[in-house]
Write a protein that binds this ligand. Structure first.
Ligand code: FES
Length: 145
């Protein structure tokens, strides 16, 4: 199930209740089982992400070198809290708890690319050079467009 969900997530950009129902039906398991997997792994989104995905590490090693200042700054700049997408759909701001880049904290991941030693100014620089990803499809499998 995990491989199927990862593949669908890669293609669609998120796993919503329609996809959960489809996977459950195809695998002949309950929707609760599929939902449990989707919600357990924080890398699975349940709704479309913005054109730029910003993931900021808030685990201890990054916290000790200023990650919370970066998070606060990002929330102010984007006008959203972590876990939210800007109203125009341009940026999704997420938190993670260790990106495996602890020695270079504060760490961030922007559209899948890893960055270290991120402070507020560097985050702005990174975003200025980041291309916006294609938006997620507006419809889910099973919906007509
Ligand atoms: S604690 Fe931030 S990358 Fe590990």
């Amino acid at each position: 199930m995990l491989v199927i969900l990862q593949d669908l997530h890669d293609q669609l950009g998120y796993i919503d209740s329609t996809v959960v129902e489809l996977v459950a039906g195809e695998l002949n398991i309950s929707r609760a089982d599929v939902h449990g997997v989707v919600t357990f792994y924080t890398d699975f989104r349940t709704e479309p992400a913005g054109g730029v995905s910003v993931r900021l590490c808030r685990a201890e090693a990054c916290k000790s070198v200023g990650a919370e200042r970066v998070v606060e700054h990002a929330q102010q700049v984007f006008g959203v809290q972590v876990g939210q997408t800007t109203p125009d759909g341009s940026v999704t701001l997420d938190q993670v708890f260790c990106l495996g880049n602890c020695a270079l904290g504060p760490a961030a991941q922007v559209n899948g690319k890893m960055y270290g030693r991120v402070d507020s100014d560097r985050l702005v620089e990174i975003l200025a050079t980041t291309e916006t990803a294609d938006p997620a499809p507006a419809t889910s499998p099973g919906e007509s467009s």
